[in-house]
Ligand binder design. Sequence first.
Ligand code: SAM
Length: 302
Amino acid sequence: MTVAAELLAYVKARHPRSWRGVEEARALDTARFDAYAELLLGWAIRALGDGAIARTVDAFVHFTSDVNLAQGRYEADGRYESSSYREVYEAVYADRATMDDYLWGVYLTNFLWVHHLEISAFYEARFVARLPERARLVELAPGHGGWGLLALHRRPGATLAGFDISPSSIDIARSLARAAGLADRASYELRDALTLPAAGDADACICNFLVEHLETPARLFEVIAGALAPGGRAFVSGALTAAQVDHIHEFRRESELVLLAEQAGLRVLETLSVGPARTLPGARHLPRSMSLLLQRRTREHW
Ligand SMILES: C[S@@+](CC[C@H](N)C(=O)[O-])C[C@H]1O[C@@H](n2cnc3c(N)ncnc32)[C@H](O)[C@@H]1O
């Protein structure tokens, strides 16, 4: 049985209410879905051993249900429930049990959520495929590490330095790197990404789904610009009107992310903004995920 078939059988048997969403993602691009199941879930199976499918899929279902509940509260209150980064840090990023489950759940959204499968395709075609052979990558907030590891897998000469504030993230990213046979090219450090010095020598930077977790999102774009060599590229994703217990900064319009990037000296090459196939009945907000392909500008004017 293929990993995709095992995954589908498990969802159908144990989480029938999640079946429709997973089926929608697979229908969007069956070949890509099955290839990610083989690759990404294959790494998780090697990292976690027996029971990996149950462990990760249960976490995914739990995470998705938490997201839907948070979105319901946001619809009712008109604002995100958390505003203090410190409180979120204590309750989520520093809490092992919460964070381990959260990260395995988020890991599978890269292909089990239909709109995130679109982002994964955009990431591969427009960012990873254009990386220099021996690219020096920086990843801010790698979490599980899956985004950066996918880039290393596709680019055998590339290396990556990742920085995350959560001990769980560092451990899981390291374990996945080992499982993927990429540990010799990926290093992870426990560090607040906002304290990274402006080394200006990275060929590319990956920063997915950190910006909405911050009290000062503008600072993140300065860090990204500072990490890149002139002409270096970044792939950055953020959430708009999409609640989670650890989302603090409520982005409402795509232009807000574009503006922050431009103000930090980054040129916006391409963007993709995608929403889920279905939303809560009568919802006022469309929860979106937006990705930006950026380049550190080399001149004062573009
Ligand atoms: C939603 S997860 C995103 C993980 C992964 N990048 C992805 O897109 O699936 C958010 C990650 O941001 C990390 N994080 C939050 N604040 C951070 C900070 N100031 N510096 C570095 N990492 C941070 C968390 O520990 C967590 O791993």
